[in-house]
Design a protein around this ligand. Structure first.
Ligand code: NI
Length: 134
């Protein structure tokens, strides 16, 4: 069993605010992340899969296939988008890094073939990241 990771990056806007709370309450809980006029991040996504090395190819998974899958199912839907408004798999969810990592896992898990999804690691800033193992 070996792990292999592909990194991708995307830029997106969001805000942390519950529609059922007042602006004041959102501000209390989420601080400047609740700014009604949005703010953006340069996200960094690490997708790790695991499996056995195929003796014929020396690969766990063809990284080109993994890259294409991540781009098609995740990056194209998020890059230069508003996470709260534009992204089908985030509809009705609070656009936190935690919820985004879980949603990305769910999108990728539907399509991964040949290796098993192990971890979705998502950096929102250099200093803040989450890891989700399913
Ligand atoms: Ni933010």
């Amino acid at each position: 069993m070996i792990h292999i990771t592909r990194r991708e990056r995307f830029n997106a806007a969001h805000k942390l605010a519950r529609p059922d709370w007042s602006d004041e309450h959102n501000k209390e809980v989420f601080g400047k992340c609740s700014n009604p006029n949005w703010h953006g991040h340069n996200y960094e996504l690490f997708v790790t899969v695991k499996g056995n090395v195929n003796p014929e190819t020396g690969f766990v998974i063809d990284l080109k296939d993994l890259k294409d899958l991540i781009n098609r199912e995740v990056i194209e839907k998020l890059d230069h988008k508003n996470i709260n408004l534009d992204v089908d798999f985030m509809k009705g969810k609070l656009a936190s890094t935690e919820n985004l990592a879980i949603a990305i896992w769910d999108e990728l898990a539907k399509h991964i073939r040949g290796a098993e999804l192990h971890c979705v690691k998502l950096y929102e800033t250099e200093n803040n990241f989450v890891e989700y193992f399913g």
